[in-house]
Design a protein. Structure first.
Length: 141
């Protein structure tokens, strides 16, 4: 029995999901997460002395996304973490990427002004679409 099923969505394209019968509701409370059964991401220790343009501290979801973005911009990036990549809070995360912003629009307007608040909301709304476009562009046909 396969742990994951391949599904296709008109919005997100083709992707894998974990089967419900293999992953129970109590798995997060019991410290058994769906990706714990997968091999850990590869990592290697860095030399004592190194140079880079950007040092990302933390190899979780956020650190990985930041490093990926900066690498695409041509930056020389190194990620460091005291733990195995994706082990900390990432292990129990749903890893959902949403366009939603924590602050209501009127608060952003009060803090930054109308124009900046609009730009912030537009950028946040477009971000998941940009990830999908990059995924589609790199998916082999």
């Amino acid at each position: 029995m396969s742990l994951r099923d391949e599904i296709t969505s008109p919005i997100f394209g083709s992707f894998s999901i974990f089967k419900d019968e293999d992953i129970g509701q109590d798995d997060l409370r019991s410290a058994r997460t769906p990706w714990a059964v997968l091999p850990p991401p590869s990592s290697e220790p860095i030399a004592d002395n190194f140079r880079c343009e950007v040092l990302v501290i933390g190899a979780g979801i956020t650190g990985a996304l930041v490093a990926e973005r900066l690498t695409r911009q041509g930056r020389q990036v190194i990620i460091i973490d005291r733990e195995i990549p994706s082990l900390g809070s990432t292990v129990a995360s749903t890893a959902m990427l949403l366009w939603e912003i924590d602050r209501p629009f009127f608060q952003l307007t009060q803090l930054y002004g109308f124009e900046k608040a609009v730009r912030c909301y537009r950028a946040s709304h477009q971000a998941p679409r940009g990830l999908r476009a990059r995924r589609l562009a790199t998916t082999p046909s």
